[in-house]
Design a protein around this ligand. Sequence first.
Ligand code: HAM
Length: 452
Amino acid sequence: MGTGRPLGPAYAACRLGRMKLRAVKGTADRLPADHPRWNRVIEVAGRVLERAGIQPIATPVFEFAEVFERSVGEAADLVVQKEMYTFDDRGGRRLTLRPEFTAGVLRAYVEHGMHTWPSPVKLWSHGPAFRAENVQRGRFRQFHQVNLEIVGTGAPVADAEAIALFADVLRELGLRGVRVALGSVGDPADRARYNAYLRDALAPVAQDLSETSRERLRLNPMRVLDAKDARDQALVAPLKRPFDFLNPEARAHFDAVAACLDAWGVAYDVDPGIVRGLDYYRRTAFEIHAEGIGAQSALGGGGRYDGLVSQLGGPDVPGIGWALGMERVLDALEQAGVAAPVPDGPTLYLVPMDDEAVMEAAGLARDLRAHLRVEHGYARRAPGKGLRDADRAGARYAGLLGARERAAGVVQLKHLASGQETQVAWGDLLRTIERDTLADAVPGTGEPPRAG
Ligand code: HAM
């Protein structure tokens, strides 16, 4: 993006019309069949969160680059690995496609003076985020998050509630066997002490670390703990963890969060070595993992970010939040065999059996749509084919319309599952379908059920 580099061969071929157009690597289309499951995740998350008084907010997909540069930290992967999509627009403004929601939501918090609202301010949102990542299973360049922020309280009960709400969302979706990893990265002074310790401890073996870890050791040593490289992992394995460096208040905060979770029966494992890819965390840090979805097993994560609101120009208020990765949660649901919701077909599918009936069927459909979900054929169809169309659309009823029906002012109405059919006057169609009496027929026979 605006790098001034020569355009690659793929782009050039595309411009010349030689390449088949396809979605950019790391992005994906969401086809109609994908939507029921997708919508369900958002609907369940919204229901669980709004039941807890959390309000919806939507912020723009792009912001001034500074919003993210001031917040995610100069040692964050997003910055170090140049994962942000930043570009100059025609007005010369430096803009960034949001790589995460927190910075934008807090920018909105400051801009709208939300610190004057009843505190804490609890906000949830969902939508796409963008990171120029190395694409692999569970790691995309456009991905989607459901995000929660609770701003204005430093109480440990808020941390615990946030974590419990995440677990509630996953449970209501039908996911079992997820693992909450809970830790603390301490206060800034703790982190400074820990980073100094790591620098000393790793200095003698620095040349054996991977390039990424060497870079991390220079910028933010704690992040070396998150190394994917097996050799790096072996080198850091015997070292102390951030948890060993907590000051007494940070430790008491952690214990209070854990005590709430214990009291509420929310299972978690203490992870003394948890470090997050973003730099703004203070004290509580957590991730939720699922098995069976490969190396990128974090369904989501978050933590406390006291100090971040003031970094963005607002008052010094604390906050806690998390984000759930939609694609990973959907992958986990699929792996766990949780059935996708079955989309509803139309209640009625109208089949025009001659040319004149095409417009009539469409008009009738328009009238009925105030009350029912109605589709129709766009061209004349033989009755057999029309019934097949209705079946393929997943309709409950088919309504056949032809010359004979027109003359009599009726529709030949067929309940597809039972095969039961009858002629119904246009004016009675709605009532007949709503009463659904044809559905009572014995399936497959078209016979009404026997009394008794
Ligand atoms: P994060 O750990 O960077 O935290 O991302 C949260 C979740 O988003 C990850 O656990 C993962 O499920 C998903 N995710 C992240 N990057 C990708 C990607 N490239 N492809 C697919 N899924 C991905 C945050 O974003 C913080 N803003 C969370 C937060 C909110 N902390 C406080 N408030």
